[in-house]
Design a protein around this ligand. Structure first.
Ligand code: SF4
Ligand code: FES
Length: 329
């Protein structure tokens, strides 16, 4: 964080004036001359400094010229020259790995672009597409990290393009973008999620009741205590972006491994007190391509944009399988 030349005097005046006032009151009885000729001018000077710096901050709080806001922006972005970034003057090369249908090879294509401190990689892709190359294909929808559509590999790491700040991801003046590799490539940055969804469906991602009639015509709501909700809530934030599957070294070497996303969801439903599939959920994934395929690399949890932590979920499932006592409380 960079210190502003105005911040220090503002805080010194803010603290100093009350201290001087207290000294004034205490020493007035036995040293009135010091009060008049030393403390009083200092108090007036302090009020003046506080007024000027305070006014500047209030005025500037609606503009980006505020030194305090600049400090904040420095903490948001590590980029050194915020002023340049605010004016959309940061030139960045967007290097996109695309599939060339003629040569049947992946090729890199560079788009000259620019970014402000709030520009995302998705914004840059949209710019590249609208300002010339309309053949560039990528998937997106919500632009706010909710739909999970815009997953891609940015500088070698699976990320959501709409959540990847451009300035923070620049390396030597460029950002490298490519398709996720764990999912079959369709075009440019668009990958096929059929297999991913099939694996997800295979773990039965819904609540099951023993009484089928009740399942489809419940007479009352299924109430849960807070402690019961907390058992599965962190795992229910999955947006099915597939980034964890792309980061997983086992998924990338063994296509039969069910993978971190479906397994984390198996745990999510297993721990839900409203679900009554219980033991059967564990049995269906207690295989070498199920929970035992996981080598606990942990890459899945590192890249998850929602903090789902599939790696931990899989170890907890292994624990349930080993225990043998998999009856739900
Ligand atoms: S667990 Fe995280 S990374 Fe994996 S699909 Fe769900 S949200 Fe995406
Ligand atoms: S566009 Fe929806 S998550 Fe990125």
């Amino acid at each position: 964080m960079r210190a502003s030349f105005l911040v220090a005097p503002m805080y010194v005046a803010m603290i100093g004036v009350p201290v001087l006032m207290i000294l004034y009151v205490i020493s007035y009885a036995f040293a009135p001359l010091i009060c008049y000729y030393v403390l009083l001018p200092l108090i007036v000077l302090g009020l003046f400094i506080f007024g000027v710096t305070g006014f500047f901050e209030v005025y500037a709080s609606t503009s980006t010229r505020s030194p305090l806001l600049k400090m904040e922006s420095d903490s948001i972005s590590e980029f050194k020259d915020v002023k340049l970034a605010e004016k959309h003057e940061i030139p960045i090369d967007l290097v996109v790995t695309r599939f060339n249908n003629h040569t049947k090879k992946l090729e890199k294509q560079t788009y000259k672009s620019g970014a402000s401190r709030f520009t995302t990689v998705l914004d840059m892709l949209l710019n590249a597409k609208s300002e010339g190359d309309q053949t560039l294909s990528f998937r997106y929808s919500c632009r706010m990290g909710i739909c999970g559509s815009c997953g891609m590999v940015i500088n070698g790491k699976p990320m959501l393009a709409c959540e990847a700040n451009s300035i923070n991801n620049v390396i030597e003046g460029k950002i490298e973008v490519g398709p996720m590799e764990a999912h079959p490539l369709l075009k440019d940055l668009v990958t096929d999620f059929d297999e991913f969804f099939n694996k997800h469906i295979s773990i039965k991602p819904e609540l099951y009741r023993n009484d089928k009639k009740e399942q489809y015509a419940a007479q009352h709501e299924y109430q849960q205590k807070q402690s019961q909700i907390e058992e599965f809530l962190p795992y229910s934030y999955c947006i099915m972006c597939g980034l964890c599957m792309d980061a997983c070294p086992v998924v990338n070497t063994n296509k039969d491994f069910i993978g971190p996303q479906p397994l984390s969801q198996a745990y999510r439903y297993y721990k839900d007190s409203r679900d009554e599939l219980g033991k059967k959920r564990i049995e269906s994934i207690d295989t070498l391509d199920g929970i035992w395929g996981c080598e606990f690399a942990g890459a899945c949890s590192k890249v998850c944009p929602k903090g789902v932590d599939p790696a931990t979920a899989i170890q907890l499932l292994k624990n349930e399988a080993i225990k043998g006592d998999i009856k739900k409380e």
